[in-house]
Ligand binder design. Structure first.
Ligand SMILES: *Cc1c(COP(=O)(O)O)cnc(C)c1O
Length: 368
């Protein structure tokens, strides 16, 4: 059995170090924010090459605060992709703004900058590119458009810790970037976690204030704010894990290159497309197959677990029907949703396991 993801494999390697960091927090009596979280913020900002990192309780909160800190709210429109986890769109709605969706580039499956301009209206205030699967969007054309129309760019980097575009790290190119530390992400907490990164001092100050009930100082509330604070235990765990992230990312990239070599001869599937000037961090290794459900079942029968990221685009979810879109509005996202299949990828996967997955795929293709 080869799982899609094996979180315990990572814990086995560094469990002792994690446990020691958690014990330190337990003994300190400081359970929310505090030194462990501040140290992690400092290290994560350095990792992204940004001036600030503000740790919060989830990636969704980081997106929400990015929008609020950028002054986006009721009456504003925010452009993003329908081919993402629903949190991207939910955060826009939490801010009181209207999500405007734009179809994807069929190769990278990221928001297509060439289609964004037609969606800009006088109410448009921001664009949220989602760096899907760990590969950054085409940022230069997006930043140029944003500049021309006076829009803000907020990066949904929840799947893209350490990804690069022209040598710049995810989260460092927009006004702000949001990361998630959900356990299955490339950098995962032992629970929920998220962070907002920015080079903008004003955005950083607003986000720090809003995550902690809008307090400027204790009991002086200058905005309504939220309880979006990070737990000290998560800060300590993330601080330990961040030291391993570069190695883990290189292991993911090696597994991806190995899959690429082993699967490149199979004509009925499409392999992940890495665009120029990108460092892909392979949160997900998604192939495309026109006969996905059969392939998925056959792989399951051979002990290979796979995932679907994502089977239903946001505009076709019942919860988002009131956005006013219908089937056919984003044909490329809809087609991708029917064809993508995520193969097992995580640092501790062995080359043998990669080979076993690839041969399960080849044998399936030969049978049919
Ligand atoms: C995981 C994820 C989120 C949300 O992060 P949470 O920490 O679960 O709130 C948002 N956007 C994308 C693209 C994600 O993958």
């Amino acid at each position: 059995m080869i799982p899609l993801l094996d979180i315990q494999a990572q814990y086995k390697q560094i469990g002792a170090e994690i446990e020691a960091s958690v014990v330190d927090v337990l003994r300190s009596g400081r359970y929310i924010l505090g030194e462990a979280v501040e140290a992690f913020e400092h290290d994560f900002a350095a990792f992204c090459g940004t001036r600030h990192a503000i740790a919060v309780n989830t990636g969704t909160s980081a997106l929400h605060l990015s929008l609020l800190a950028a002054g986006i709210g009721r009456g504003d429109e925010v452009i993003t992709t329908p081919f993402t986890f629903v949190a991207t769109v939910a955060a826009i709605l939490y801010a009181g703004a209207r999500p405007v969706l734009v179809d994807i580039d069929p190769l990278t499956m990221n928001l297509d900058p060439a289609k964004v301009e037609a969606a800009i209206s006088p109410a448009t205030k921001a664009i949220i590119p989602v760096h899907l699967y760990g590969q950054m969007c085409d940022m230069v054309p997006l930043l140029k458009l944003a500049d021309r129309f006076g829009l803000v760019v907020i990066e949904d980097a929840c799947q893209a810790h350490g990804a690069e575009y022209n040598g710049s790290r995810a989260g460092s190119l927009g006004l702000a970037g949001a990361f998630s530390f959900y356990p299955g992400k490339n950098l995962g907490a032992c629970g929920e976690g998220g962070v907002l990164v920015t080079n903008n001092d004003t955005v950083a100050k607003a986000a720090r204030c809003l995550r902690d009930w809008g307090q400027e100082e204790r009991y002086n509330h200058i905005a309504q704010g939220f309880n979006y604070r990070m737990d000290a235990i998560q800060g300590a765990v993330l601080g330990v894990k961040l030291r391993y992230l570069e190695d883990w990312t290189e292991q993911r990239r090696q597994h991806a290159a190995h899959y690429d070599r082993l699967l490149s001869g199979i004509e009925t599937i499409e392999l992940p497309h890495v665009a120029a000037r990108r460092r892909h961090v392979y949160h997900v290794y998604a192939i495309r197959s026109p006969t996905r459900s059969r392939l998925r079942e056959d792989l399951a029968a051979q002990g290979v677990q796979t995932g679907l990221h994502y089977p239903i685009p946001v505009h076709l979810q019942r919860a988002y029907a009131n956005l006013g879109y219908k089937r056919g509005d984003f044909p490329l996202a809809e087609e991708a949703a029917q064809q993508v299949l995520s193969l097992p990828i995580y640092p501790e996967l062995t080359p043998r396991q990669v080979e076993a997955v690839a041969s399960a795929i080849s044998s399936d293709v030969h049978v049919h």
